[in-house]
Design a protein around this ligand. Sequence first.
Ligand SMILES: CC(C)(COP(=O)(O)OP(=O)(O)OC[C@H]1O[C@@H](n2cnc3c(N)ncnc32)[C@H](O)[C@@H]1OP(=O)(O)O)[C@@H](O)C(=O)NCCC(=O)NCCS
Length: 176
Amino acid sequence: MDDVVVRLKDIFCTIRVLKETDIEDLLKIKNEIEIHRERLELQKNGKACYLGAVINHCVIGFVLISLDNKKDVMPYTNNEKCADMIDLFVMKPFRGKSIGTYLIAQSERICKENKIFFLGLDVNPKDNLSAMELYKRLSYKKVGELHLDGIYPSKDENGKDCEYEDWCIDMIKKLN
Ligand SMILES: CC(C)(COP(=O)(O)OP(=O)(O)OC[C@H]1O[C@@H](n2cnc3c(N)ncnc32)[C@H](O)[C@@H]1OP(=O)(O)O)[C@@H](O)C(=O)NCCC(=O)NCCS
């Protein structure tokens, strides 16, 4: 994909494919080197695209687009292949400036370039209502049932270790 420069109100942000040399920046956002390495490896093998939002040469957001079929939504795509949008993230100070929207728009473009005409995602409708509203605004539709997407170590309101159950719903969009 060619780099895309988009004009924001007061800053310029580039949406581009991430590379090995971005790992240092990525670790400042998500300090899990194995995850970033694995994503870059998937990208190298043509199985995914790891997109970043970059301001002043610093990565401030990312999203992974898995080009493998998101099998659990097949009943809702007439058995057409559906790519999977994973871990969309924009750093807090840069939120509300449409960067998430641009990352999603470029993700959709990448799917179409790869001849995939559905894009799907998992979102927790209870704990992530604002992200769900964003997807709805961009024409993503809820499909299927609420399901347990993962269980993660977390802290309760008293700072005690606990487990967080991530109950999510699938959303998909037919790309034109
Ligand atoms: C979800 C997330 C990626 C959105 O990123 P973002 O860059 O803030 O997204 P946008 O700016 O494109 O849109 C967010 C909202 O800001 C509003 N907005 C967009 N441009 C704006 C602007 N210039 N001024 C004010 N508000 C604006 C949009 O209307 C949108 O509102 P909505 O949620 O009511 O639809 C970001 O909040 C995030 O990283 N959250 C934590 C991780 C997460 O929850 N990821 C989703 C996992 S499913």
